[in-house]
Design a protein around this ligand. Structure first.
Ligand code: CDP
Length: 227
């Protein structure tokens, strides 16, 4: 099997990494994995089985018990994108053994992407540092906290989810804090990641910057966009 090209896109919540990652995958005909959805799926299952008071052992027991079919159902669940699920996701994501159970799925996706795709784009928090440290290109996407909170509020309102500015902002800050301070796989750029601050950029400007960087990487030199 030919080696697949791997693109890692990491960054904090609502930084624009998902939009960028999906667009890059479409551009090159690569498979796309939203790794946050896996953590959200485990977080949601923990909420269903144990509520808010779950401890690390409950979280691990749930993570280990989930089948591929369960994950598929949970990632399509209407509550997957709520802030309550995001908070539950960031709690389960701080447990090292839970991260280990999800690491294999992510690495297998990168090495052997579905439908024989010639590459994979994974977005998350630790793709460039822990999951795929040998990725062909690493992007780290950031934006000011208030800009990110505005984006998240708009996104929630567009989906008809009631949300209050102060709560969205506080949730984002708490999650940033938990994600960057945890001892296992904390959110931080890989030493060889290309940083993009999206605060004042449109999605197309972000995409153009990423493409310019990708074309400077050896793996992309001969690669044409997918038609
Ligand atoms: O969509 P948003 O950026 O708000 O979050 P997400 O990507 O869906 O991730 C939800 C939570 O899962 C994050 O706050 C992280 O705590 C955790 N996560 C992680 O630890 N590692 C990943 N690779 C992806 C998500």
């Amino acid at each position: 099997m030919a080696e697949r090209i791997v693109v890692a896109v990491d960054g904090p919540a609502a930084s624009g990494k998902g939009t960028l990652a999906r667009r890059l995958a479409a551009q090159f005909g690569f498979a796309y994995l939203d790794t946050g959805a896996l953590y959200r799926a485990v977080g949601l299952a923990v909420l269903h089985r144990h509520g808010e008071e779950a401890g690390p052992d409950d979280m691990l027991e749930v993570a280990r018990s989930l089948t591929a079919a369960d994950v598929l159902v949970l990632t399509g669940h209407p509550s997957l994108r709520t802030d309550r699920t995001a908070v539950a996701a960031s709690r389960v994501a701080a447990v090292a053994a839970v991260r280990d159970t999800l690491a294999d799925i992510q690495r297998r996706f990168a090495v052997d992407p579905p439908e024989g795709a010639r590459g994979a784009v994974l977005d998350g928090r630790d793709i460039g540092t822990v999951i795929c440290p040998g990725a062909d290109a690493k992007l780290f996407v950031i934006a000011d906290t208030e800009v990110r909170a505005h984006r998240r509020l708009k996104e929630l309102h567009e989906r008809g989810v009631p949300a209050i500015w102060t709560e969205v902002l506080q949730d984002l800050k708490d999650r940033d804090d938990r994600d960057s301070r945890r001892s296992v796989a904390p959110l931080r750029p890989a030493h060889d990641a290309f940083l993009i601050d999206t605060s004042e950029l449109s999605p197309t400007q972000v995409f153009d910057k990423a493409i310019a960087f990708l074309h400077s990487r050896p793996a992309f030199a001969a690669l044409q966009p997918s038609v």
